[in-house]
Design a protein around this ligand. Structure first.
Ligand code: 5AD
Length: 331
């Protein structure tokens, strides 16, 4: 697919045919399987000051927490009991808290005690760190590159080193070489973001040969500099536009695992999740973070939590899967 072809489909009057095409490809590559990944948000402590994120270091209005190892392993056991098959460990970027040794130990314990796949999402880390975690058994790593527009990336990530390759693209390539399944992705509707750059973002997913794709709408957080920035965006913050990106990602990467994201559900709690699944997504990530701290992982406001193991949440999830013609599969 060319950049012009992608732009045409991003801006066409409607996307029914695009969504149908994406579903047909998913049916071929994935059947009717929908994978659930148990998300554990390890801590809201963060060293970075990303202009868009509610957990940025300078935001004094958010409460910071960090889970201990026993609690994290208990969350992983819960994922096992719910037959999710994969646990995703995500945290604000803080290498002092999530040292190479500590994370390697956690990965070993979770793999040993639950036999599940482990996905890490711990931000920008050194080649030696990710090598040690791979050695310990980590299977996958999620690191959104947020935008391939270098000037925009630099503007919203204070302190980013932009001398060489885009730092997150460089890390994704390194991790691919280390044997990880890699997950890239981006936000939609950032102030100053262009449609052409979103076409490039989609092409970059294919260029990286991403195994997983994380794409969601940008949701302004009032306690952040970007949340107060009125610069317009060419890119709509909408369910339809987000779904077009899922469908195009499915066309570009037929076998990728693509979640219908929490941000999409937050944008439209009644319809977002199923709309994503109907546009070619095949993954959903229920939140397994302990209730006591869940509200403190405030990347953006009013984050909806599809929370496991609460029965009503899981029942609603199953209903959405059925509506999309999908069924939960362990893996
Ligand atoms: N709106 C939407 N998504 C956000 N993220 C961070 N802040 C926001 C926001 N305000 C996303 C980024 C990050 C992921 C963990 O959450 O894409 O990589």
């Amino acid at each position: 697919m060319t950049r012009a072809g992608i732009l045409a489909r991003l801006t066409a009057p409607d996307a029914f045919a695009l969504f149908a095409e994406a579903r047909a490809i998913r049916a071929k590559t994935k059947g009717d399987a929908c994978f659930l990944r148990g998300l554990v948000e390890l801590s809201s402590v963060c060293d970075r000051d990303c202009l868009y994120c509610g957990m940025r270091h300078s935001n004094a209005r958010t409460h910071r927490y960090a889970l201990d190892d026993a609690t994290i392993v208990a969350c992983a056991r819960l994922a096992r009991e719910l037959r999710f098959g994969t646990v995703v460990l995500q945290a604000g970027e803080c290498p002092a808290l999530w040292t190479r040794e500590r994370v390697a130990g956690l990965v070993r314990r979770i793999k040993g005690e639950t036999g599940q796949r482990v996905t890490l999402s711990l931000g920008e880390r050194s080649e030696a760190d990710t090598a040690a975690w791979r050695e310990a058994g980590a299977d996958r790593y999620l690191l959104r590159f947020e935008t391939t527009d270098r000037a925009l990336f630099a503007r919203i990530h204070p302190g980013a080193s932009m001398a060489g390759e885009h730092p997150r693209l460089a890390q994704l390539r390194r991790m691919k070489a280390q044997g990880y399944e890699i997950g890239g992705g981006f936000m939609l509707g950032l102030p100053g973001q262009t449609l052409a750059s979103v076409a490039d973002d989609l092409l970059t997913l294919a260029d990286l040969r991403c195994d997983m794709v994380g794409v969601g709408p940008y949701l302004a957080h009032p306690d952040t500099p970007l949340g107060r920035d009125a610069t317009p965006s060419e890119v709509p913050v909408s369910v339809d536009f987000t779904c077009r990106c899922y469908a195009l990602a499915r066309l570009l990467l037929p076998k990728a695992n693509i979640p219908s994201t929490t941000a999409l559900s937050t944008l439209d709690p009644a319809h977002g999740r199923v709309a994503g699944l109907n546009a070619g997504a095949n993954v959903f990530m229920p939140n397994l973070t302990p209730r006591t701290v869940r509200a403190d992982y405030q990347i953006y406001p009013d984050k909806v939590c599809v929370v496991a193991p609460e029965a009503d949440s899981l029942a609603a999830l199953r209903a959405d899967l059925a509506a999309a013609g999908l069924a939960q599969q362990e893996g």
